[in-house]
Design a protein around this ligand. Sequence first.
Ligand code: CAA
Length: 380
Amino acid sequence: MDFHLSEEHMMIRDAARDFAQTELLSGVIERDNKQHFPDELVKKMGQLGFMGIMVDPQYGGSGMDTISYVLIMEELSKVDASASVIVSVNNSLVCYGLEAYGSEEQKQKYLTKLSTGEYIGAFCLSEPEAGSDATSQKTMAIDNGDHYIINGTKNWITNGGRADVYIVIAQTDRDKGSHGINAFIVESGTEGFHVGPKEDKLGIRGSDTHTLQFNDVKIPKENRIGPNGSGFRFAMKTLSGGRIGIASQALGIAQGAYELALKYSKERKAFGTEICNHQAIAFKLADMYTAIEAARLLVFKAAKDKDNGHDYDRSSAVAKLYASKIAMETSVEAVQIHGGNGFVKDYHVERLMRDAKITQIYEGTSEIQKIVISRSILRD
Ligand code: CAA
């Protein structure tokens, strides 16, 4: 694997870094405090091509590779993980799912708008009683000839109150288990579709997370994605790509926390010298740096697997498992290096620490990643 970025990749990374520093940084504490969704910034990210990074230009996307996606995600996440999860869900779970498995009509109707940021997408799999155990969901879609009727509840849905297009995973035939599941496109405003109250979260507070209710929601047959019964495989494949996005988000949180801690340690004095000169701090910085380097290699490996057409179920789970672990550890250490200042909002590291936790939970908990990895290595 080539570890050096091309000129083009460096330009993409620098554009994302510039956007994060000039546009995301100034309001990030306030958005976190007030749980404000960054509507205007999402529009700008759409104009920059960040909402459809890997989508073919014929559908309005930027036509970039997965390495570019990872670089953009890392830069956005260093500053604002709430903004980056909007990007990740739209790119990995919605645009990818439609481009890889949708019909030409679905791509023209929805993907062309999702990839430019004109529309925002949401991915609805989790339920009150089915988060990790995805086949046990209760939402039902009944086949009624030329349409389906959907009933059920989905929760913890990112972009839940803001999306224009929802990809909804539902049972169509309980007796068939994972083969009796389908994915459907539901447009916001469809009769019977209700958005519940916004969740008051520990982290990624600038993102929009809701419970959704489906009461006799009627959708046309052509809104089913892929052949009958393919919804579970669709969800698993889509989530594998999503895990590369969340791994790069975790990497960005870790890198952001490390950079802040490094800078602070060179400025803050204690016992007559800058604190970075004390081995207690210098060793922490060395550990943080090493863990981040290792995580970045794993994230790049998973992205390369995807770009090269190799299987990436295992490498994306490995990258997410490790990057989310070190995001948590690194951000905790960054708070520690900041001492009392780390515990107040102005220094940003407490927010990064709160944001880090979700990377060990969504798009499959760390325990789910271990299931995916162990099943894969035991099959070898
Ligand atoms: N690719 C293709 N097929 C796959 C697959 C994959 N990656 N994973 C499973 N399958 C197939 C299996 O081969 C199997 O097919 P057969 O029956 O024909 O053999 C079928 O699907 C069922 O697979 P399993 O028996 O492995 O299924 P399981 O019930 O044991 O579950 C699991 C596997 C990995 C635990 C899965 O349920 C899972 O990933 N759960 C976590 C779900 C998750 O990530 N939720 C997050 C919600 S989305 C989110 O957070 C988005 C957001 O808003 C940010």
